[in-house]
Design a protein around this ligand. Structure first.
Ligand code: 4HQ
Length: 226
């Protein structure tokens, strides 16, 4: 899978995506991540990427020309995605859908936002990671890349395989325990030490269902997976 990112802050992507599972995917060739600096697609002396809003108001707006030029220079053919609080919510269903593409292109906005013609005439979809306002689309892009990367074939080691994944997203996870069996007086549930696999499975399903009912009843309102 090839993922292109367009940003004014390419250095933000070093670090989070250079560790652990995502880095392993990049090393083994399952993931090719290319981060492009929006400023490299300007041609004026001041390398200007933003301008004042028509109609007035506070803040600056990203100009359309460098963004259109950058996207038109790409090799891929997959969806062009703008990270935006106005987008459709990122869910595991959308993550799965994006993981099915050979490539996609992520645009990270900054300041007050991006000229509307980018969303209207360049982008295939807008995606939001949640109802809060960040300073830019970079962290949302990294969240999306992280979630997609772990699904890309060849990325996962056996220990972190997404086996129960659809189950795990429709219901919350059952509680996990590791050694010691007693920690500061707190016991691991007896059933987990019993070795009775069928009983353990039954206990885990019941715990997952009960936790979901208590903490996230919205997940039980039999909505579609995405
Ligand atoms: N942004 N999910 C970029 C977000 C956001 C979100 C705020 C996107 C600033 C310029 N993006 N603009 N939440 O808060 O995707």
């Amino acid at each position: 899978m090839k993922i292109d990112v367009l940003t004014l802050f390419p250095a933000m992507f070093a670090g989070p995506l250079d560790e652990s599972i995502v880095q392993r995917a990049r090393e083994n060739g399952a993931l090719d991540l290319a981060v492009h600096n929006l400023r490299d697609y300007t041609h004026d002396r001041h390398r200007q990427v933003d301008d004042i809003p028509y109609g007035g108001g506070a803040g600056m707006v990203l100009k359309p020309e460098p963004i259109f030029e950058a996207v038109r220079a790409r090799a891929g053919t997959g969806p062009v995605i703008l990270l935006s609080p106005q987008g459709e919510r990122l869910t595991q269903g959308l993550v799965r859908e994006l993981a099915g593409h050979r490539d996609f292109y992520l645009i990270c906005g900054r300041y007050e936002g991006v000229d509307e013609r980018v969303g209207a005439h360049l982008v295939d979809r807008e995606v939001s990671i949640g109802d809060y306002i960040l300073t830019g689309g970079e962290l949302p892009a990294m969240v999306l890349i992280d979630a997609v990367s772990r699904l890309v074939a060849g990325v996962l080691g056996s220990e972190e395989s997404p086996k129960d994944e659809s189950f795990a997203v429709e219901l919350l996870e059952y509680p996990h325990y590791t050694r010691p069996a007693v920690f500061e007086g707190h016991q691991v549930p007896e059933v987990l030490l019993s070795g009775h696999h069928a009983e353990i499975e039954r206990w885990r399903r019941a715990q997952a269902a009960e936790r979901t009912r208590r903490r996230r009843p919205d997940l039980l309102d039999h909505q579609p997976k995405s």
